[in-house]
Every structure is written in structure tokens, then in C-alpha cells.
Design a protein around this ligand. Sequence first.
Ligand code: COI
Length: 362
Amino acid sequence: MNIKIIETLQKKEKPDWTESLGFGKYFTDYMFTMDWTSEEGWCHAQIEPYAPFLIDPSSLVFHYAQETFEGLKAYRTDDDRILLFRPEMNARRFANSNRRLCMPVMDEEMFLEAVSAIVAHEHEWVPNAPGTSLYIRPLMFATEAVLGVHPSNTYKFMILLSPVGAYYPEGMNPVKIYVEDEYVRATHGGTGFTKCGGNYAASIAAQVKAEQLGYTQVLWLDGVHRKYVEEVGTMNAMFKINGRIVTAPCNGTVLPGVTRDSILHLLKDWGYEVEERQLSIDELMEAGENGLLEEAFGTGTAAVISPIGELNYKGNVVTVNHFQTGLLTQKLYRTLTDIQWGKIEDTWGWTREIQKPSLSKK
Ligand code: COI
């Protein structure tokens, strides 16, 4: 790919990495942009200053939400290398999302090249304070300026970068989860398995409701019976019930999370029985009431591993592990993040090093 670089006139001051970075509040000096047209295919790849840009108000994305995105992170190791974590899985999921939304499917290599190029260019923005990383947000949206409902003939692909800390203000402390029994997130045949903005737009009403009730996130139930547990707002959900790990299967309505997949690999490797199956909310609440629900946690790129300390379903409240982070949750968090930050050997081959540009080239 031929990437044009447009220099910025003024670099930003970087935040203090040791201060609370939060999530998605700061953006780096540059972003990656590329266009797609039905005549030319992918074109105009460039790294340009991060800034607002002009877009026609009748662009299809504003009206019919033809938009997809991804989320992955770059990590700085103690010996100053920059690592990505399983970026090929994001490339594959991005392709699946785009296929479902009738958007151009970018091949895996091109996605990886674009991500590597912008992260290498912005390597100084990968923070080094404990628990911090550079969040990478690739996105694609329909830019054709027309109001008929049909697939756009033009698209823009971008990659934004944001140095981040913990997603939840709770950090590694347990979060309270409200089990949503009114709104639904996904049904079979829909877009639940994709990462598209529309899924999140439709989830906001439930999120607002949960927050008003004092909860951090919602746990979604299936869209047909409102019975089976699916996922939490920004993460997949896992439950340790009587020694076994239970999580919803990825059968079209659940997001196939990269962290989810990695955690399932670790658990199986450690000899845990893992059940990817339908788990009814009644079974889950009953396990909570009988003391069989030993731990619960969410997994996600932004959320990493987030312990769940409380579930509220129709006013019945179950506290998990006395609202303490369980030992397995802690071990999973430590192992996963140790691999991501290059602190232990990556026997899985999950990390991919980014080559920083030499000083003479920058
Ligand atoms: C991620 O974990 O990367 C996500 O995309 C979740 C996000 C909606 C904050």
C-alpha cells in the first residue's frame, strides 16, 4: 500500500500517562484515512493530522447507519517494544461486519498494514504507565451523498488512536450489572455478531436506564424468549458456576470477542470445563442464590477482564463472591495482561511486534 504522509503543523502535548487517562478522551497527532469507490476500489491511503473533516450532510451513514468499527490495543513492554494483540482476529471480524452491512470487505493484510503503519508512526503515543495502552479504533462508513436506501458507492476508512487507561471508573473492582428484560440487543438474522454503530445506538436506552438505577452496564437476554443470557453492554460475559465456566455461544447474536476467545483458550489450557451454551437467567440467578455462582466477569478489549459483583434481575439482587474479585478472575486478568504487555512468554503466538520507524525516516 502506498501511504502518503501529511505532516502536522503542531504536535499536541501528551497527557501525563500516570494521571487517570480514562477511555477515549485523548487522541494522537495523526489518523489514518483511506477511501473506497466502486470504480477505483481502495485509494488515497494517507496518514494525516487528526482533525475534523468535511463530509456531505446527505452522506448515507448519517441516515441509514452504514458504519462498522473495530477495537484493539497497542502495548508498550518494559523493554520498550510495541505489541499488538491478535490483530488478525480484528481484521477477520471487521471483514465479517462489512460483509453483513454490504460494505467493501478489506482483506486481512491491508487491514494489518494500515494498523501497523499508523501505530508505528504514532509509537510515541503508546503510554508506559501500568494498565495503560494505545486504543486503536478502525472504522468505516458510507459517504455517498444520496437519500435512497441502498449500499453506498463510496466509503471512508479511518483509524483513530487514543491512549487509554481503564474503561470503567471502577477499574479492576467489581461492577454492578442490570439484567435488561425490556429492550433487546440482537435477534437471529440481525447484526448482533457484527461491530456496527447501530448495535450500540440501539443499546443506549437500556444503558441509560441501568445507570439511572445505579448500575454500570446491562446484561442482555436473547431477543426471542428474553430468557437466555447473551452479553454485557461492552463485553462478553462469563460465569463460574460450580467450578465450570459458562458463556453464551457465538451463534449470530453475540459479538465474537477477541478477549473472549483468548480467555476460553487459557481456561481450557488450565483444565477448566468450559461450556459455550445457552444459560437461562433463571439458572444464573438460582446459582447465585444457592451459592453456586462462584465468579462472574466480563471480557473485552476496552474492558479487559471486569469482575461482576452484582446482578439485578427484575428487582432480585444476587451478589457474586461477596462483591470481591474472584481468584480465577484475578489469575485470568494477570495472565492475559502479562501476555499483552510482554511480561511472560507468549507461547500462544498472540502478540505481533510493531517495528518503529527509524529516526531518520520520521
Ligand atoms: C472494545 O472493547 O474494543 C469495544 O469496542 C467496546 C466499546 C464499544 C467501548
